[in-house]
Write a new protein. Structure first.
Length: 121
C-alpha cells in the first residue's frame, strides 16, 4: 500500500509499510513519510494497491503478469498538524487503506446492494 504527499510543483510518494508483505496483511506503518508530510504541510493521499504481490514476489526481481488494482482515496490535510499528531494521521491513513482493500476483496454477492440482503427462505 502507499500514501502520496503533494509537494509543489509535483507529488512525492512513499510506501508506509517500508517493504512488501509475504501475505495479504498490511504491515506496520513506518512514521518517516508521515512526519515529512506534516512538516511540509502537504496533504496525504491514501492509495490501496491490490495484486502487486502476485506481480512481483518478495525477494524476487522478476515481474510476472498479474491483475493489479489501484484505489485512490481522498486527500487528508496535514496543515495545522504537529509531529505529535503523526500517530493519529497514521491510524487514519491505515483505516482508509484497509477500508479500500476490504471493499475490493469482499465477495461480489456482498457488493450487490439490496439483492444481497434478500432472505433465503
Amino acid at each position: 500500500m502507499t500514501a502520496f504527499t503533494r509537494y509543489q510543483p509535483r507529488g512525492r510518494g512513499f510506501y508506509p509499510e517500508g517493504t512488501r508483505s509475504r501475505t495479504d496483511e498490511l504491515l506496520p506503518f513506518k512514521k518517516g513519510g508521515f512526519v515529512m508530510a506534516i512538516q511540509a504541510g502537504a496533504p496525504v493521499v491514501p492509495v490501496a494497491i491490490d495484486g502487486g504481490r502476485a506481480a512481483m514476489r518478495k525477494g524476487s526481481h522478476l515481474v510476472w503478469p498479474a491483475k493489479v488494482t489501484v484505489d485512490v482515496g481522498e486527500p487528508i490535510e496535514t496543515s495545522g498538524m504537529t509531529v505529535d499528531d503523526r500517530d493519529a494521521l497514521i491510524a487514519d491513513v491505515r483505516a482508509r487503506i484497509e477500508a479500500m482493500l476490504s471493499a475490493r476483496r469482499r465477495p461480489a454477492e456482498l457488493k450487490c446492494g439490496p439483492t444481497a440482503a434478500r432472505s433465503r427462505d
